[in-house]
Design a protein around this ligand. Structure first.
Ligand code: AP5
Ligand code: MG
Length: 191
């Protein structure tokens, strides 16, 4: 199986690159942000609890996220070619939990970390905010999301770097050029 953790700041292109990867490699795509937004839209208990957190750019508590991932892994299609984890893990505790959950299933995952300049990220997200309807695509929340990324999520990159399970991607590029870098890495690690 080819399991990928797509990491990167808000607006770095995790969702966009996931679509490219799905198209070429046929992997399953798990965007935790999409799952959480669907919970909010459904009006579920979880959705009611997390709506405000997401709108303000804060993270959903680890135990809820780990439970969600555990459930996903337990109920996934056994025949899938691999999984793209888009937006998970976002804390070191989540990373440690994912390692254990995957090991239990004799699986592992490699991190692709996309770097994009902050000005470019803000530009992309403000532009998307004109039509996305996302409660967190406004200037104040974008700044908060970026701060949370630097303070809490970047240490997760070191977690994978130390385990030699890490590749850096320069996302200050067109979507196609960014995917070309990812594609080269995926070809290499499949050999
Ligand atoms: P999530 O939905 O994951 O949001 P995010 O990390 O802030 O990232 P985005 O989805 O906004 O951006 P992206 O990197 O996917 O970029 P995209 O491809 O869309 O999470 C939302 C919230 O949910 C979190 O803040 C948190 O509250 C909660 N949450 C989620 N996971 C959690 C977890 N594990 N633990 C705790 N809480 C969690 O691109 C952005 C825009 O740029 C698009 O318009 C796109 O068309 C454009 N674009 C993309 N690439 C390029 C390019 N190369 N050139 C020009 N434009 C581009
Ligand atoms: Mg996304």
């Amino acid at each position: 199986m080819l399991n990928i953790i797509l990491c990167g700041a808000p607006g770095s292109g995790k969702g966009t690159q996931s679509e490219f990867i799905v198209k070429k490699y046929g992997l399953d795509h798990l965007s935790t942000g999409d799952v959480l937004r669907a919970e909010i839209a459904s009006g579920s208990e979880l959705g009611k609890e997390i709506g405000d957190l997401i709108a303000k750019g804060n993270l959903v508590p680890d135990h809820k996220m780990i439970h969600l991932i555990e459930h996903y892994l337990d109920t996934r299609d056994e025949n899938c070619k691999g999984i793209i984890f888009d937006g998970f893990p976002r804390t070191v505790d989540q990373a440690e939990a994912l390692t254990l959950l995957l090991e239990r299933k004799h699986m592992s995952a490699v991190m692709l970390d996309m770097f994009v300049e902050e000005d470019e990220i803000i530009k992309r997200l403000l532009n998307r905010g004109k039509t996305s309807g996302r409660a967190d695509d406004n200037y104040e929340t974008i700044k908060k999301r970026i701060q949370v990324f630097h303070e809490v999520t970047q240490p997760v990159c070191n977690y994978y770097l130390k385990r030699r399970n890490y590749f850096a991607i320069n996302g200050n590029n067109t979507m196609e050029n960014t995917f070309a870098q990812i594609d080269t890495i995926l070809q290499l690690i499949q050999k």
